[in-house]
Design a protein around this ligand. Structure first.
Ligand code: ATP
Ligand code: MG
Length: 416
């Protein structure tokens, strides 16, 4: 016997009940983003591997062990994208938009990382991403943060927090990095294996290690915030002033770092404690160095990405949208009439399912299972009198009337 076919571990099907929730997030995002003047971009899932090696950094977990990477039939080294920012920058450069003024983009779609699957941590997951190109901040950082918060509010999600930090810039980070490395070296023997490696490869990542015994070693670790240069410090003050002006609630969390190498200055997360270790639902920040790194002109930029599956877990279950009307034709001739009636009802704006052919008993049973608010029945009598029978499934009442009248009643009684 053949083995049962299953989806790949950490790769989930989006069944209609899941998609109903995702669409709530997507619709809210489109609405909020358009209020902020953003435009949608649709970008490839397949990219050259080199794009991510150059942008995310060789030493990041994503590039060193999590990318789905392969050589195609033509010998090209390709990847399923693990994140969206690098591809967005590539597309923006490739389209020659560098001198077209500020671009404000958003995109939605699947990302791929071969990490250990857990609740809220998948190998194929979806992000809604935002990138603003050509914005020096701090005002635009504030607007980006405000926009992500507006989305949270539009979805009526509570129990989440906004946390901000500054990661400094190439002028001040190297000196801080050295101070941090010295601090970590002294405690090296008490850190986990991953952290020990990171002291050399990416010491700031040690700060957000999830291992408790590591966190215990970091209570008085030096903070980037106390080592910012004047420009970064002024930038951070500007962000705080803007957030205060909007009365946005936020906390400073000096331990926020981004896993990717290209971030500078403002970093932020929106977190919840309802999802265990997978508590970050939105993460982002400023990446002033990335565009130059990818061969473009030095251009300041800021953005964020939202984990769609994680955010959706915070939403109450969405009711599936049921049809307004189920149509039954009793007998061959009536079934053909029911086709026409269904078409006319749809043209009037109702959602209608035709129950098909079969015995009267099976058709009524089918209509029942559709969960529609109304059932329209066409039998011999209705045919002869050019009427339909309309049954209101909520109160069980039934009446004969013209199709036009039935349409009017159904439109009025349509579920919101
Ligand atoms: P984490 O610390 O949880 O691993 P991250 O720092 O790797 O997150 P980013 O690369 O900044 O995350 O991606 C932005 C958002 O995408 C995350 O905040 C999260 O909501 C979502 N996300 C990231 N990785 C996954 C995954 N494997 N499965 C589901 N969602 C994810
Ligand atoms: Mg991660």
């Amino acid at each position: 016997m053949g083995r049962k076919l299953q989806s790949i571990r950490g790769v989930h099907d989006g069944l209609p009940a899941d998609v109903a929730r995702w669409q709530r997030v997507e619709n809210a995002a489109r609405q909020v983003f358009s209020c902020y003047g953003l435009q949608e971009a649709r970008l490839p899932v397949l990219e050259p591997t080199d794009l991510f090696v150059r942008s995310i950094g060789k030493e990041t977990d994503i590039v060193s062990k999590e990318m789905y990477r392969f050589t195609d039939q033509g010998g090209d080294d390709l990847c399923l994208r693990p994140e969206g920012t690098s591809g967005a920058v590539r597309a923006w450069l490739q389209a020659g938009l560098t001198r077209s003024g500020i671009q404000r983009w958003y995109y939605m779609g699947p990302m791929f990382r071969r990490e250990r699957p857990q609740k809220g941590r998948l190998r194929q997951f979806q992000q809604i991403g935002v990138e603003l190109f050509g914005v020096p901040g701090p005002i635009e950082d504030v607007e980006t943060l405000a926009m992500s918060w507006a989305l949270i509010e539009a979805l009526q999600i509570s129990d989440v927090q906004m946390e901000i930090n500054s990661l400094g810039c190439p002028a001040c980070r190297p000196a801080y990095r050295q101070i941090l490395v010295d601090y970590l070296e002294k405690r090296k023997s008490r850190l986990c294996d991953t952290c020990r490696t990171r002291i050399e490869t990416n010491p700031m990542r040690v700060l957000d290690c999830k291992v408790e015994s590591c966190q215990a070693q970091l209570t008085d670790a030096p903070e980037m915030l106390s080592h910012l240069c004047d420009d970064c410090s002024g930038h951070f003050d500007g962000v705080r002033q803007g957030l205060d002006a909007l009365a946005l609630p936020y906390q400073i969390n000096p331990k926020i770092v981004r896993g990717l190498d290209y971030y500078s200055r403002t970093a932020f997360e929106i977190v919840t404690d309802q999802l265990g270790a997978q508590g970050t639902i939105i993460a982002g920040g400023r990446y002033d160095g990335l565009i130059e790194e990818l061969g473009g002109p030095a251009t300041p930029a800021v953005g964020f990405a939202l984990g769609l599956e994680r955010l959706a877990m915070l939403l109450p279950e969405s009711k599936l949208v049921l049809p307004d009307v189920a149509v039954i034709g009793l007998g061959q001739q009536a079934q053909a009439h029911a086709l026409v009636a269904a078409r006319d009802m749809r043209a009037a704006g109702l959602s209608v399912v035709h129950c098909g052919s079969g015995s009267a008993k099976s058709l009524f049973k089918r209509a029942d299972r559709e969960g529609a608010g109304f059932v329209v029945v066409i039998g011999d009598e209705e045919l002869n009198r050019n009427l339909v029978s309309l049954k209101n499934m909520k109160d069980g009442s039934q009446q004969q009337m013209s199709l036009d009248q039935a349409i009017a009643v159904c439109l009025k009684g349509k579920m919101p």
